[in-house]
Design a protein around this ligand. Structure first.
Ligand code: SF4
Ligand code: SF4
Length: 228
């Protein structure tokens, strides 16, 4: 999931300066989980903007499970509000940057042939897992998962130095020398291999990461889902 926080309202209002009629778009995926763009937040934003003198033409809050970054769902949902979008001065996205750019480029510009100013209301901070309250970054999508070599703990993400072949030597009492609040990833990898009776695996040298798989922006093509 994409972890995210709400932008301060003053920043949102700065974006909307001079724009009177606004359409709000939330997301039934990550933005609902992180309370940045679910039904509640879309309604709250509509109220706040109305109080600040804006005219909210539509406050679109897809139901939980309907991701705004997924083009087929988003296109169908926004199509119901095409008139309001056409009449608006700006679109405010209570989604991550994926959602915003899918809507801007693939739906508004390419499908609807509408060009409107579009602004973010959230600050996405990266892919993370966990919940229901605490989420942590576990994987940085390197494009070539090597968790099998690290007892299921990603040193690229969990080790402050991203070391792939054992600890740096600075760990103290199982904590990381860069951030003593955090466990040393390599101590955890060692302990886990030991529990599994596979300590021998730590002796194997892991080759350098193939950074070409991390070149951005990345793309992937898949067969389409059968959707509503
Ligand atoms: S090796 Fe680490 S960063 Fe790469 S895909 Fe696996 S968990 Fe993610
Ligand atoms: S102390 Fe452990 S987690 Fe911290 S940088 Fe060194 S090896 Fe990585």
């Amino acid at each position: 999931m994409i972890g995210q926080t709400q932008k301060p309202i003053e920043e949102v209002l700065e974006y909307l300066e001079g724009k009177e009629k606004v359409v709000l778009v939330g997301c039934g995926g990550c933005a609902t989980v992180f309370h940045t763009g679910g039904e509640t937040e879309v309604k709250e934003m509509a109220k706040t903007l109305t109080k600040r003198g804006k005219q909210v033409l539509a406050a679109i809050a897809p139901p939980f499970g309907e991701f705004t970054c997924y083009l087929p769902w988003s296109k169908a949902r926004l199509n119901e509000y095409r008139k309001e979008i056409e009449e608006s001065d700006a679109i405010l996205m209570l989604t991550c940057g994926d959602g915003l750019q899918v809507v801007r480029e693939l739906i508004l510009e390419e499908e609807f042939e509408i060009t409107k100013p579009i602004y973010p209301a959230t600050n996405p901070i990266g892919h993370m897992g966990g919940g229901p309250t605490l989420f942590k970054e576990k994987c940085q999508q390197c494009g070539e998962c090597e968790l099998g070599k690290f007892a299921g703990i990603c040193p690229l993400t969990q080790c402050a130095k991203g070391l792939l072949n054992g600890p740096c030597g600075g760990s103290k009492d199982g904590k990381c020398e860069v951030d003593p609040e955090r466990d040393c990833a390599w101590i955890k990898i060692y302990e886990r291999f030991k529990t599994l009776g596979e300590l021998e695996k730590m002796k194997k040298i892991v080759g350098p990461k193939d950074r070409s798989k991390m070149t951005r922006p990345r793309e992937i093509e898949v067969a389409p889902l059968e959707t509503k």
